[in-house]
Design a protein around this ligand. Structure first.
Ligand code: PEP
Ligand code: MG
Length: 576
């Protein structure tokens, strides 16, 4: 086959070269057919369970080769679950009541999982997910479908998928995943953000037709900086990209060398560089990449892992571990931001026509006070002895800020009366990510301690462009002059009140934006850990005066393309 080049959206930098692994999550439909005799139905169950055991044993051996005992043991646990008398009994009961075996398995698994997750115990809640996994495996075999799950990955590969959810991405084995490309998705979809956090090269938004041109096992070159996927590359193409990959590595080593020092401009203006972090591993990584703090702790990943919300105690443990990993550096904890492209399984989400305009973030928290209060209690308790700040997402007006603060006051009073130890004076800020918050920035600044610009959503809401929709990805332009003006307005409004503004949207880590943001007076930048060394290097090349000139010039331009072209020229000048 001759070489073919596919163009998508550059979602996460880096070059991957290797075989394609087509990932197709299966839609398992339970048939409504009339049941045969219970003996026949149960014989099919026995045969399917036997095949499932064989698959699990193979997977176990594969994982043992590439990882450790602990990861491999998951498959032993699954095999044991297959023989568990509870599952056997529940299935048998239903078959005897006249259900076909597929119905019996799917109902039994659903029931057992619900019972397990209802127990007030982390261990059993996690087992609920295992039972569901085992049930899906048996059902898939009963339906005669192949195993295409990510667990089957046995050699380092590039994952090719219609879509990957954030939880699919989080489950990818870093030893075996060279990178990934998807048909759908945009630059700031949470899957793309996770890819950048994990340092996996990724291209999203290739389009469904393009995906059909990538056969399973075909050799691919994936360039996450240019958004390019090359199928069946010529030898000379592979050589060229291997060289480019070496150059990128060398550059990273060069900038990494000074990443441990605090960020200052060439004329000595201090600019804080923090990291966007979703769990303990990325917090540790952030320190290695030179983070001076965490500018955005995305707590929702803790909520998406399980079949129910994490308990207060679990949250205290997780937050405390992250604060400790930061060794005295400040941590901005964003309260729960679920909904949008991150719906957890356990909240009743009606189908929404516009999930990003719907029940999301602070709106959910203010509607579900027990959920919100549990999190605030956990943050305040874990914050004792650490530098912690709280930040509310998706604020669109003063009433939401006041309501959230009233809940925080209640939580403080409750902790006080219960005699529990907590940090009473935690600064509270808001994300500025709706145009409404920008318009009201002068008013909001009076009632909170700081702002952090969420340019992923601010771009989406200002330009009316869905951040996850590849059809409009070209219109998702965070350097659009309209967005730049809102950024300036926010920073100016906070400074007028003696408050500071940071930015934790993806724009903060983009080299083409950093000189403008320094020039606009942004006080703090927060980005995926791997972007920090380049950002610090770039800030060191700038003086405040030069940055202010660059910002003024950029803001005088009329289109995003003009700003991009101008910044391209500036980066060449700065040698970046
Ligand atoms: C943003 O919207 O810019 C942001 C940082 O939050 P998230 O990407 O999690 O919505
Ligand atoms: Mg946001």
């Amino acid at each position: 086959m001759s070489e073919r080049k596919l163009q998508g959206i550059a979602a996460s930098e880096g070059i991957a070269i290797g075989p394609a692994f087509r990932y197709q999550p299966l839609h398992l439909e339970v048939p409504q057919r009339k049941a045969a005799s219970p003996e026949e139905e149960l014989a099919r169950f026995e045969a399917a369970s036997e095949q499932a055991r064989e698959e699990l044993a193979t997977l176990r051996d594969l994982v043992l080769e590439r990882a450790d005992e602990e990861s491999a043991a998951i498959f032993d646990a699954h095999a044991m679950m297959l023989s568990d008398p509870m599952l056997q009994d529940e299935v048998k009961k239903r078959v005897e009541a006249g259900r076909n075996i597929e119905q019996a398995v799917s109902e039994a698994v659903k029931d057992i999982a619900a019972q397990l997750s209802a127990m007030e115990d982390e261990y059993f809640a996690a087992r609920a997910l295992d039972v569901q996994d085992v049930g899906r495996r048996v059902l898939r075999i009963l339906l005669g479908l192949p195993d295409t799950s990510l667990d089957k990955l046995s050699q380092p590969s590039i994952i090719v998928a219609q879509d990957l959810t954030p939880s699919d991405t989080a489950r990818l084995d870093p030893q075996l995943t060279l990178g990934f490309c998807t048909a759908v998705g945009g630059l700031t979809s949470h899957t793309a953000i996770l890819a950048r956090t994990l340092g996996l090269p990724a291209v999203v938004g290739l389009g469904v037709e393009a995906l059909d041109q990538i056969p399973d096992g075909a050799t691919l070159v994936l360039d996450g900086s240019e958004g390019v996927v090359i199928v069946d590359p010529r030898q000379s193409t592979v050589k060229r990209y291997e060289k480019a990959r070496e150059r990128q590595k060398a550059r990273l080593a060069e900038v990494q060398a000074v990443a441990g020092e605090d960020a200052y401009t060439a004329d000595g203006r201090r600019v804080e560089i923090g990291a966007n972090v979703g769990d303990l591993d990325s917090a540790r990584e952030a320190v290695q990449f030179g983070a001076e703090g965490i500018g955005l702790l995305r707590t929702e990943f803790l909520y998406l892992q399980d079949t129910r919300p994490p308990s207060e105690e679990k949250q205290v443990g997780v937050y405390r571990a992250i604060f400790e990993a930061m060794e005295g550096r400040p941590v901005i904890v964003r309260t729960l931001d679920i909904g949008g492209d991150k719906p957890p399984s356990y909240l009743e989400f009606a189908d929404e026509l516009n999930p990003f305009l719907g029940w999301r973030a602070i709106r959910i928290c203010l509607d579900d006070l027990p959920l919100f209060k549990t999190q605030l209690r956990a943050i305040l308790r874990a914050a004792v002895g650490h530098r912690v700040l709280i930040m509310y997402p998706m604020i669109s007006g003063l009433d939401e800020l006041r309501q959230a603060n009233a809940v925080l006051d209640e939580v403080r009073a409750e902790l006080e009366s219960e005699g529990l130890e907590y940090a009473p004076d935690v600064p509270v800020g808001i994300m500025v990510e709706t145009p409404a918050a920008v318009a009201l920035a002068d008013v909001l600044a009076k009632e909170c301690d700081f702002f952090s610009l969420g340019t992923n959503d601010l771009t989406q809401y200002t330009l009316a462009v869905d951040r996850t929709n590849e059809r409009v990805a070209k219109l998702f332009q965070p350097l659009h002059p309209a967005v730049l003006r809102l950024i300036k307005q926010t920073i100016d409004a906070s400074h007028a009140e003696g408050k500071w503004t940071g930015m934790c949207g993806e724009l903060a880590g983009m080299k083409k934006a950093i000189p403008i943001l320094v020039g606009l007076g942004l006080d703090e930048f927060s980005m995926v850990p791997r972007a920090i060394p380049e950002a610090k290097w770039l800030i060191r090349q700038l003086t405040s005066d030069r940055a202010a000139e660059i910002a003024e010039q950029a803001l005088s331009l009329g289109t995003a393309a003009e700003v991009e072209a101008y910044m391209h020229q500036i980066l060449e000048e700065l040698g970046g």
